[in-house]
Write a protein that binds this ligand. Sequence first.
Ligand code: ZN
Length: 211
Amino acid sequence: MENNTVWTIRKFTCPHCHAISAFDCIFSKRGNFQGEWYPISVWQCHNCDRAIYLTHQTARNNVDAGRNADPFSMLPATQPSVDSRVPKGVADDFIEAAKDYNIASYKSSAVMARRTIQKMCLNLGATKGEKLHKQIAELKANGKLHSDLADIATEIRFLGNDGAHPEDDGLDEVSPEDAKEILDFTAELLDDLYVRPEKVAAMKKKREAKS
Ligand SMILES: [Zn+2]
């Protein structure tokens, strides 16, 4: 391994303390494997003093390998978090879906995201045993889901494929993009159902207290 460019201070979202923080590069090397230079580096967070390990874009050329400090991957991966207003059972499944996604287990992530939504629907009183997209539509119809997210649910193919047989579950076709889509959708759904209504209520209370 060779010494690589020691990059100057950079800004990353810290996976330890979750702050958008300045980082110092404290170690930077590049190795050569099968004709490709692969830069690696260790950085230290100004906010919490803990370290992260980055890999960078590989390059054919020794000089190019030192040019780009943008991370290709980061360890530890950012720990997913969920608002404390989301019920625990629902939140736990969502965290697992996000962790699965972070380690590129896309099928598992999609399954856990769908399970999160299933639990959420039951938690809100949707009819048991009904297809998931129908449960979401039901929650919209009875006013428990306030936004157009219910309509989006029907656009997410994987949510509709909840048949009784393994070959109907749509899992064999889950791409990384599909997994990201269902994970982002689930996060929005949780926010819409559990977080935003309480935020609005709190703002209203504050305003009424003032007047
Ligand atoms: Zn930190």
